[in-house]
Design a protein around this ligand. Structure first.
Ligand SMILES: Nc1ncnc2c1ncn2[C@@H]1O[C@H](COP(=O)(O)OP(=O)(O)OP(=O)(O)O)[C@@H](O)[C@H]1O
Ligand SMILES: [Mg+2]
Length: 303
């Protein structure tokens, strides 16, 4: 058992420069992920989800701000420390199975490879490959190359590979993007059960709103910042008549808007449109909170 890493992102900014143009992918993003937590990241295309994962995983350096993993700033790592961090403390699972697996190695060899690179002795490797293939339900497929596995099996194998070095953090970028929804749900549940067995912290990017059923918390990123956060507030497993089958858990998800450390919050586009809100609002104190009222627009710059 490796336990999970604590992740803190402070004021993360990532600016890409392409052909003289700047793209701001992260705009002062703040995030804390508790050790062992399973967090889902959702949001529109281009919002900065993959960028966030790459920065947390040490694959890309932020333009400003920092990521602390168990209190240690990734910016302070030397190149060789960063290499070890990526290889041994983080497990990655990508959307395309081809990016996760070596096509000419068997399932067994794919899981063993990260341990060979980390120079773990043969005996440990054998034990762990056996254990991980069983954990993802692929013991019977150990001798198959990826092309002989289904899409869902390939992603299960990718999970076993990602966990080979017992990482304290698992980062998954749309790991079910290529799968049908039933298979996707099985993969989510598998990730949840691996999270519970091994205790690693999990950050999973998804387009699937159903992800809320299996994770501790969902954050929505818009324009490079966290705009809302949802937590399951009430969780009831409904056991059906047949003793063996368990229905979808009935969950109540509460969505909260996130303020950054300076107190800024984002009003979602739909709400701004519904209420005709432009670039100014009036805040009113009311007995049980603060009311945001639209104000008339079209004012001159100097007013
Ligand atoms: N390597 C790069 N070079 C230049 N721009 C980039 C690069 N990577 C991402 N971007 C830009 O940064 C912004 C955020 O991209 P990112 O890939 O993080 O979004 P995403 O939320 O993962 O989107 P999707 O849901 O489509 O995967 C986008 O505008 C994207 O075009
Ligand atoms: Mg992406």
């Amino acid at each position: 058992m490796s336990g999970g890493a604590t992740i803190v992102c402070e004021g993360l900014v990532k600016i890409y420069r392409i052909a003289g143009r700047q793209v701001v992918a992260l705009q002062g993003l703040e995030l804390e992920v508790a050790a062992g937590e399973m967090l889902a990241v959702v949001g529109p295309s281009g919002a900065g989800k993959s960028t966030l994962l790459n920065v947390i995983g040490g694959l890309d350096a932020p333009s400003a701000g920092r990521v602390l993993v168990d209190g240690v700033n990734l910016n302070d790592f030397s190149d060789s420390c960063l290499d070890r961090y990526r290889r041994e403390r983080v497990g990655f699972v990508w959307q395309l199975p081809g990016r996760n697996l070596i096509p000419y190695l068997t399932a067994w060899e794919n899981v063993a490879l990260p341990m060979v690179l980390a120079q773990h002795p043969e005996r440990i490797r054998r034990e762990r490959v056996t254990e991980l293939l069983a954990a993802v339900g692929l013991s019977e497929r150990a001798g198959h190359i990826p092309a002989r596995l289904s899409g869902g099996e390939q992603q299960r194998l990718a999970l076993a590979v990602a966990l080979a070095n017992r990482p304290s953090l698992l980062l998954a970028d749309e790991p079910t993007g290529e799968l049908d929804s039933a298979t996707a749900r099985d993969i989510y549940r598998l990730i949840r059960s691996l999270n519970q067995t091994y205790g690693m912290t999990v950050v999973i990017v998804s387009h699937d709103p159903g992800i809320a059923h299996v994770v501790d918390r969902v954050i929505t990123i818009r324009d490079g910042k966290i705009s809302t956060e949802s937590r399951v507030t009430d969780y009831a497993l409904e056991i059906t008549e047949q003793a063996s089958s368990i229905a979808e858990p009935q969950v109540t998800v509460e969505e909260l808007t996130v303020l950054d450390s300076a107190g800024r919050l984002q009003l979602p586009k739909e709400l701004r449109e519904d209420y005709g809100i432009g670039d100014r609002v009036r805040l009113e104190r009311v007995p049980d909170g603060i009311l945001v009222r639209p104000v008339q627009q079209t004012r001159g710059k100097n007013e």
